[in-house]
Design a binder for this molecule. Structure first.
Ligand SMILES: NC(=O)c1ccc[n+]([C@@H]2O[C@H](COP(=O)([O-])OP(=O)(O)OC[C@H]3O[C@@H](n4cnc5c(N)ncnc54)[C@H](OP(=O)(O)O)[C@@H]3O)[C@@H](O)[C@H]2O)c1
Length: 252
């Protein structure tokens, strides 16, 4: 009797629910998020356009908590799916693969890659709203789009802690994504709705250079810059003072 009770207690203690995240896109941003996720004890399924066999080296490096998968496996794997792919590829995803999911979208509009998109150039919509309209079945939350990929591991867990902006229309989805961003080592600043997410779009007042250690150095060549912490209080100020960029003038 005593022994049985002990077994039950022990079994309960061993019932550990691993957090899970699916990541679509294995480039600069997807791998940076994947590395932080395995470091934060998440199980990860990561996918790209070329298929799991192309990800053997990466998952070996990420270790036993990571697996390579097809896009649909990554889409279904966790509470939150990360989309770390070019904006132009959002419509190339298998139809409906993310429907019903909370999606952390890292995407930005780079006209040299996407071609010109009249609604974005004309400021009729933010990039996040545009993405949400492309994938109406998802609950889209914008995050990690205003920090360069190599600053992500440099600033995760920084002292003082670095904050990232999160924007979305669905409060529950925003809370899910905020929890993930927190687990990955960042404070979170609620930057409002998808409509308000222009405040941290490219060339706005709260885009990547805010995380630079040297403004001049970053402007000349951003890659050697080691990054500097931006607290939640400072990020709130930067978002409040941000200016909407002239997207039609964007050349990159
Ligand atoms: N790099 C940065 O510093 C940075 C910063 C902020 C935001 N962003 C934004 O974040 C997003 C990702 O940027 P990145 O620099 O990580 O891009 P990247 O290095 O070019 O990687 C893009 C990834 O997307 C995958 N992909 C493309 N089409 C796909 C599809 N149809 N299905 C599945 N996977 C697909 C690619 O697969 P393959 O590997 O098979 O080609 C690749 O793994 C972009 O929207 C970018 O604008 C980037």
């Amino acid at each position: 009797m005593h022994r049985a009770a002990l077994v039950i207690i022990t079994t309960r203690e061993l019932t550990i629910t691993m957090k899970r995240i699916g990541i679509i896109g294995s480039g600069a941003i997807g791998t940076a998020i994947a590395r932080l996720a395995v470091g934060a004890d998440y199980e990860v399924v990561i996918a790209n356009s070329r298929g799991p066999q192309s990800l053997t080296e990466l998952v070996d490096e990420l270790g036993p908590r990571a697996q390579a998968g097809e896009v649909d496996a990554a889409a279904r794997f966790g509470e939150v799916a990360v989309l770390a792919i070019p904006l132009i590829a959002y419509t190339a995803l298998p139809a409906g693969v993310l429907d019903g999911r909370t999606v952390l979208s890292t995407g930005n509009y780079y006209p040299h890659r996407e071609g010109r998109i009249a609604e974005l150039d004309g400021l009729e919509t933010t990039t996040a709203e545009y993405e949400q309209a492309l994938l109406p079945g998802i609950r889209l939350v914008k995050a990690f789009n205003n920090i360069v990929a190599h600053h992500i591991p440099l600033l995760a867990g920084s002292q003082p802690r670095t904050a990232l902006a999160v924007a979305g229309d669905d409060q529950a989805a925003k809370a899910q994504v905020s929890a993930v961003v927190g687990d990955l080592g960042f404070d979170v600043v609620d930057a409002g709705s998808l409509e308000e997410s222009w405040r941290f779009e490219p060339s706005s007042g709260a885009y990547t250079k805010i995380y630079a250690a040297s403004q001049e150095g970053f402007a000349a060549d951003y890659l050697p810059d080691r990054g500097a912490a931006v607290t939640a209080e400072r990020l709130r100020e930067l978002l409040a003072a941000s200016y909407r960029p002239d997207v039609a003038a964007r050349q990159f």
